[in-house]
Design a protein around this ligand. Sequence first.
Ligand code: GAL
Length: 323
Amino acid sequence: MDPRCNVNSFYPGLNWSDTEGRSIQAHGGGILYNCGIYYWYGENKDSETYRVGEITDWECWRSDVTGVSCYSSSDLIHWKNEGIVLEAVRDDPSHDLHTSKVVERPKVIYNEKTNKYVMWMHIDTMHYDYAAVGVAISDNPTGPFKYLRSFRPNNCDSRDMTVFKDDDGEAYLFYSSEMNKTMHITPLSEDYLGVGDHFSQVFVGQSREAPAVFKHKMKYCMITSGCTGWEANEAQYAVAESIYGPWTVKGSLCTGENSARTFGTQGTYVFPIIGKQDACIFMADLWKKQDLRESRYIWLPVRFKGDSISVGWMGKWNLSVFD
Ligand code: GAL
């Protein structure tokens, strides 16, 4: 067994094993907290990586879709593999979940009104020219999720995305649109299965992607990356008093060495630790583009100071940093 299973620390960037000693496969992930348990959903990339030859203007490395994984934990360090909760489809090449497609950045939120767990994700062709969102639903956090459909929100192209559920139960979809140039924010319908007909445009023409949204002391905060494929770039954050904006760009998220490359990573999610004050974790992916299944995770605490936030490097840490 991996020795780290016995210790109560995070080791950003190192191999992170589940409780059976196997590397966690939950890339581009997100967290759902439900009845004392955290659920980590993400892309299972446990298949060969290859480069899509026809695409020459950027490095389109990919691994065939295997599905969306789910892991559960009560302490955020020891994760039990709950299996693949949304399976790839192997026999229908036209299906959104076919192994040849793209299923990225899955996020799950719970709908109190319908008592359902709803998963949103980026659905695409291997050439990234469909640019849509997909929706799946389940009665249980550990699935199985039933895939419902894909569509282009507000009739716009949508690539990197996330969903954010507010304290009042309203939820929103954030998606990079207009060929990744502009971020769109649109409300989810009451059942969380669709979107409203209005949206706001933020970071217009600034090419931001990988949105991660959270709320702290009544303010909304959005971390984004620049747009450089699997290569790391500088994460920035912005704050807003209203979800639709205006969003004020505050600058770089990270501090210290390698902060201009977000410690070699790209953000995917931020979540609060239940029961602790001012305690949020920034989740990011350390992509290994030529061997995507070996990509690692970087989880680091978010530091709050007045209206500012920052993330600094720590090679080893645990939840006591929040005490
Ligand atoms: C990144 C994006 C990833 C993946 C990758 C493909 O920009 O954030 O989720 O789509 O491009 O190259």
